[in-house]
Design a protein around this ligand. Structure first.
Ligand code: PAF
Length: 284
């Protein structure tokens, strides 16, 4: 496994691998790796000849400076985990490699990037879309792997891939959960032991809505209220949003008809903001 810091070296290496007809699987991360990331890496390892993982805490996607400063960073631990998973290359650039002096070109995905996380975290998806475009352009992967936990991010990345004509297939991997159901996230380490236990209420709320749907409930407001009522039983939880939206447009819906529906939530425990989601009426 090699750690690459320079953008030019990453690009020339990826070019060479493509000339050798190797399929490249790419897992973009911000480090602080947990089982959720490792599931993505594992999937990439099974599907591709070469696995490249990027570790870059992307400053442009943080609308809260404190959040950026507190983001956990530990390249040594991350690298040893990735070595165990037989990753071929880690791309770990400094910020000025990605954003050279005078940087002023951003990618803005209209529509799907504007609601949910986009509304709560202005500028977040502009940062994500910009860095993913730079990384995709640099590596030109055949496959790129993202977690379902960040459902809106998956939609934004799929949209930009299509719109900008990248020859990359986006693979969405199911959310990995802690034993109590809490979705794995680098932010979980910032929760107290008590908060981490109590945060399982988020998944319980989503499960109750899913069950209600199975039992015939189709009204979006009712489904939303089921999640809200459950999460509100936990005094430590502070809801940012609960949304019931069409899974392809991310537009709010009134009732579940033929389309897949995403129920997405963002909830604070203390200062830590957690997101999670479930899909109902899933197409096979
Ligand atoms: O999901 C993340 O960790 C980040 O948003 C990503 C995709 C690595 C872009 O910085």
């Amino acid at each position: 496994m090699e750690i690459i810091n320079r953008r030019q070296r990453m690009a020339s290496l990826a070019r060479k691998l493509r000339r050798e007809n190797k399929t490249i699987g790419f897992v973009p991360t911000m480090g602080a790796l947990h089982e959720g990331h490792l599931r993505l890496v594992n999937e990439a390892r099974q599907m591709c000849d070469i696995v490249i993982v990027s570790i870059f805490v992307n400053p442009t996607q943080f609308n809260d400076k404190k959040d950026l400063e507190k983001y956990p960073r530990d390249l040594t631990t991350d690298a040893s985990l990735l070595a165990e998973y037989q990753v071929d290359y880690i791309f770990a650039p400094e910020a000025n490699e990605i954003y050279p002096d005078g940087f002023s070109t951003y990618v803005y995905v209209e529509g799907i990037a504007e609601g949910l996380e986009g509304a709560s975290r202005p500028g977040h998806f502009r940062g994500v879309a910009t860095v993913i475009t730079i990384l995709f352009n640099n590596i030109r992967p055949d496959f790129a792997f993202f977690g379902q936990k960040d459902a809106q991010q998956c939609s934004v990345v799929k949209r930009l891939t299509l719109d900008l004509g990248f020859d990359t297939e986006i693979i969405v991997v199911p959310t990995v959960r802690e034993e109590n159901g809490l979705a794995m996230s680098s932010r979980n380490t910032r929760l107290t032991i008590d908060e981490r236990e109590k945060a399982s209420i988020i998944f319980q709320g989503l499960k109750e809505a899913k069950l209600a749907f199975k039992n015939g409930e189709r009204n979006a407001t009712v489904l939303e209220q089921i999640v809200r009522d459950k999460i509100e039983t936990e005094p430590l939880a502070r809801i940012d949003y609960i949304a019931v939206v069409d899974n392809s447009t991310l537009e709010p819906i009134e009732s579940v008809e033929d389309n897949e529906v995403l129920i997405a939530v963002a909830v604070y425990f203390g200062e830590v903001r957690l997101i999670d989601n479930t899909i109902i009426n899933r197409r096979q």
